[in-house]
Design a protein around this ligand. Structure first.
Ligand SMILES: *Cc1c(COP(=O)(O)O)cnc(C)c1O
Length: 362
């Protein structure tokens, strides 16, 4: 069986370094907001090119914290792609704000910047972009709109660690960005983890407090905060793996290139990439009219695939109020999309097999 993602194999490559870090944390007797957080936050901020990185418990809460720290709430609208993982939307509704959904571009799956302006009104406070599948959004038009209407730009970078737009990394393309370190992400820990990156000093200080019960000084609570911290163990593991992120992303690019060069089945539409963009291929998603049939055929041939995602947010039960809305591009993507195996530990032989099996699909 060719696995979609072999997490054990991914982490096994760093076993001795991770083992010694785990021992170091255990021996230190300090498990939250300590030296490991400080070191990782500093290294990840440097990596992204931002002034600040604030660790937190997961990607959803990274985004939730940003919106909360800006003080957006009931009555405020935040523009967000209709085609995204549910967490982007949940971070908005969790704060009582209203998500305003915008259709993606069919070829790149990312938000279509030309459809944003018509959704802006006096309630709009921010545009949340999602660098879906590892490809940075074309930010130029977004920045211009934000400037024109005085809006904040928030990035959901959960799938795009290390991706670039015009030579700048994700996490540094907006006012504030949320990252996830869920085990399956390009930079993943051994459980849940996340962070916020920003160049805004005031916002950074506020988020530092809000993630820790709203306090900078123990038992002095200046905000109604939450508990959303990055464990020392996870920070230590992430700091080990960060050193190898660029290498891993390069291997993902090789794999994507191989798929593009070698898949030539007319039933299959390959993903497109923008110029002036360094894609990190968190997911390699193809499209086909016969998605269920292709997935079953690949399964019969011992190739595991996934669907990111089978149900769009506006069709989810938890958002009943939108179930009758129509987003045809988003719906088409959800019906046709299929994610092929993609990870830095995929071998050339496996790639070869996947391509020839796909090319024989009728
Ligand atoms: C994974 C993911 C998140 C949420 O991250 P968690 O750490 O799982 O909470 C948010 N947005 C996108 C696009 C994601 O892929």
């Amino acid at each position: 069986m060719i696995k979609f993602l072999d997490l054990h194999k991914i982490n096994e490559r760093f076993r001795s370094e991770i083992d010694s870090k785990l021992k170091e944390v255990l021996d230190s007797g300090w498990y939250l907001l300590g030296e490991q957080n400080k070191v990782f936050e500093s290294n990840f901020a440097k990596y992204c090119g931002t002034k600040h990185c604030i660790g937190c418990a997961n990607g959803l809460e990274a985004l939730t914290l940003i919106i909360r720290a800006y003080g957006f709430g009931t009555g405020d609208e935040i523009i967000v792609p209709a085609n995204t993982y549910i967490a982007s939307i949940l971070s908005i509704t969790e704060n009582g704000c209203t998500p305003v959904l915008v259709e993606p571009d069919i070829n790149t799956y990312n938000i279509n910047p030309d459809l944003i302006e018509e959704k802006i009104n006096e309630k709009t406070k921010a545009i949340m972009v999602v660098h879906l599948y590892g490809q940075a959004v074309q930010m130029e038009k977004i920045w211009n709109l934000a400037k024109k209407y005085n809006l904040k730009v928030i990035e959901d970078s959960a799938q795009a660690h290390g991706a670039m737009y015009q030579g700048k990394r994700t996490g540094n393309l907006s006012d504030a960005s949320g990252f996830s370190f869920y085990p399956g992400k390009n930079l993943g820990c051994l459980g849940d983890g996340g962070c916020v990156t920003t160049n805004d000093d005031e916002l950074a200080e506020k988020i530092r407090a809000i993630r820790n019960y709203g306090s900078h000084i123990k038992y002095h609570n200046i905000y109604k905060g939450i508990n959303s911290r990055l464990d020392e163990i996870q920070a230590a593991v992430l700091d080990v793996k960060l050193k190898y992120l660029d290498n891993d992303n390069n291997r993902r690019r090789e794999i994507a290139e191989y798929y593009k060069q070698n898949i030539n089945n007319p039933e299959i539409i390959l993903p497109e990439t923008y110029e002036d963009n360094a894609h990190v291929w968190h997911i390699f998603a193809i499209r086909t009219k016969n998605r269920e049939k292709l997935q079953q055929y690949l399964k019969d041939n011992e190739i595991q695939t996934m669907i990111h995602y089978p149900i769009p947010p506006h069709r989810q039960e938890c958002y009943k109020e939108w179930n009758n809305l129509s987003f045809p591009v988003t719906e088409q993507i959800h019906n046709e999309i299929l994610s092929l195996p993609m990870s830095p530990v995929l071998t050339d032989e496996e790639l070869d097999t996947i391509c020839s099996v796909i090319n024989n699909f009728r």
